[in-house]
Design a protein around this ligand. Structure first.
Ligand code: MN
Length: 229
């Protein structure tokens, strides 16, 4: 990672501040333990698009499991008192710390994913985020097509993201636990395309899950707040 990107990363605990603004508890309050942030809505709030059963497994078992494993791995190390973004950036690409990276990145990615959705969300955005999307992608439809294509074409487990690279919005996909936070990009929105995110509700029909996310779940207010990051 070059120095410019490192400095840019170091400057931002922006996402963490956002989670607090959104009423989600801090991931690492600095007491040596990473906390599982609260869901920003009830477990059944995203039905019928994402079922309560999916949320209870995904948040209650998967996300919670990453927090527990990470805490076991960093207990008594310098990482225990650090922000999740700092842990991600410091362990990225370090062979001996792959386990810490994977679990820390998944803690961040899932927290970001829950906040990327809301009941009654989705559809065409308005305001500053809408103008920025039009400026950088040409139209909302072009954005939607590119985002859905990235989410659908991610081979195996991973994530699709709307990110800000310097001042430009882009769509990227990441494999497994990989995250734009590690790459010096500012995350704006994400969708989890690991099978555990949709298989109970959509089985193998990933495209239907992606469409439901875009049409009914995207939290555009959260996305717009992230533009400032
Ligand atoms: Mn997941």
């Amino acid at each position: 990672m070059d120095r410019r990107k490192f400095l840019k990363l170091s400057a931002g605990a922006g996402a963490l501040a956002l989670f607090q603004m959104a009423g989600v508890s801090c991931i690492n309050p600095g007491d040596g333990t990473i906390k599982l942030p609260s869901l920003p809505y009830k477990a059944d709030a995203l039905e019928p698009y994402i079922s309560e059963k999916t949320i209870r497994f995904h948040y209650g078992k998967h996300h919670s499991g990453y927090v527990k494993k990470l805490n076991r791995m960093i207990k008594g190390t310098a990482y225990a008192d650090q922000a999740i973004e700092a842990i991600i950036q410091k362990t990225y690409g370090i062979a001996d710390e792959t386990g810490i990276f994977n679990n820390a990145a998944q803690v961040f990615n899932h927290t970001f994913y829950w906040n990327s959705m809301k009941p009654g969300g989705g559809g065409v955005p308005a305001g500053i985020i809408a103008e920025k999307i039009k400026a950088d992608f040409g139209s909302y439809d072009a954005f939607k097509k590119a985002f859905a294509s990235a989410a659908l074409s991610q081979f195996g487990s991973g994530w699709a993201w709307l990110v800000k690279d310097d001042d430009a919005l882009k769509i990227i996909k990441t494999a497994n636990a990989d995250t734009p936070v590690a790459q010096g990009l500012t995350p704006i929105l994400t969708i989890d395309v690991w099978e555990h995110a949709y298989y109970l509700d959509y089985q193998n029909l990933r495209a239907d899950y992606i469409n439901a996310y875009l049409e009914h779940l995207v939290n555009w207010e959260f996305a717009e707040t992230n533009l400032a990051g």
